[in-house]
Design a protein around this ligand. Sequence first.
Ligand SMILES: CCCCCCCCCCCC(=O)SCCNC(=O)CCNC(=O)[C@H](O)C(C)(C)COP(=O)(O)OP(=O)(O)OC[C@H]1O[C@@H](n2cnc3c(N)ncnc32)[C@H](O)[C@@H]1OP(=O)(O)O
Length: 207
Amino acid sequence: MLALFRVDPPATRSREAKCQHAGMSVDGYRAMTSALRDFLDLVATAGPGADVDALTTDLRRWTDRLAPHRVDESRRVFGERFDLPDRGQTMTPLFVPRLVTTVRAEGVARFGEYFLGSNGAAHGGAVPLLFDEVLGHVVLARGLRARTAYLHTEYRAITPIGRDLTVRARVDRVSGRKLFLTAELSDGDAVCAESEALFVELRDGAP
Ligand SMILES: CCCCCCCCCCCC(=O)SCCNC(=O)CCNC(=O)[C@H](O)C(C)(C)COP(=O)(O)OP(=O)(O)OC[C@H]1O[C@@H](n2cnc3c(N)ncnc32)[C@H](O)[C@@H]1OP(=O)(O)O
């Protein structure tokens, strides 16, 4: 089981307000994204006996229920719950931060079954997705508006599914608006993947 570690976000109160405004409890949103991760993992592991027609009917019903609640990006809750593991989103493999500072981040990562590539190994695209997320935590801790300019990933060994892994990221060098960072994903002593990234601080007025 993953333990939960709280990272103090820059603006928790307004993000909690978003939840309350949306009529959601804080714990309720956390339970929802957790249930969604479990659901996606079970979709990925389902065999031919699964009742796909009934599932489709249920999913369509829920799509119809959610459709009237669409809001613009500034009012969305998904990915904005900085007090929850994974910011209350399911798009990336689970990352539970243990430590986030302006120079480094470290935490537990877990690739659910949903992220399987083949033969027990995580999909190669999911690994940089995790790295971008973890590096983003460091960049955000610096209070910067920045975007990834490149993210080079080296795959050293398979990234196993369904295990608690360790992920670490750090700032190596800063040059003007450029932040050069590195990250590493490991399974015990075995390094699964490494990454080198450049984040560029946005110019004033950049979208
Ligand atoms: C609680 C926490 C939660 C944490 C929450 C976690 C959130 C997850 C974070 C995800 C972050 C993302 O994925 S962001 C989304 C993915 N990325 C993007 O969409 C970015 C698309 N690209 C762009 O917008 C632009 O190209 C920029 C912003 C990267 C750079 O444009 P710019 O601002 O005009 O800067 P520009 O003058 O071109 O370049 C500035 C300097 O950087 C260098 N540079 C720029 N691009 C490159 C490059 N690819 N490779 C080498 N060098 C480059 C230039 O040579 C120059 O160096 P010099 O001449 O000064 O030496």
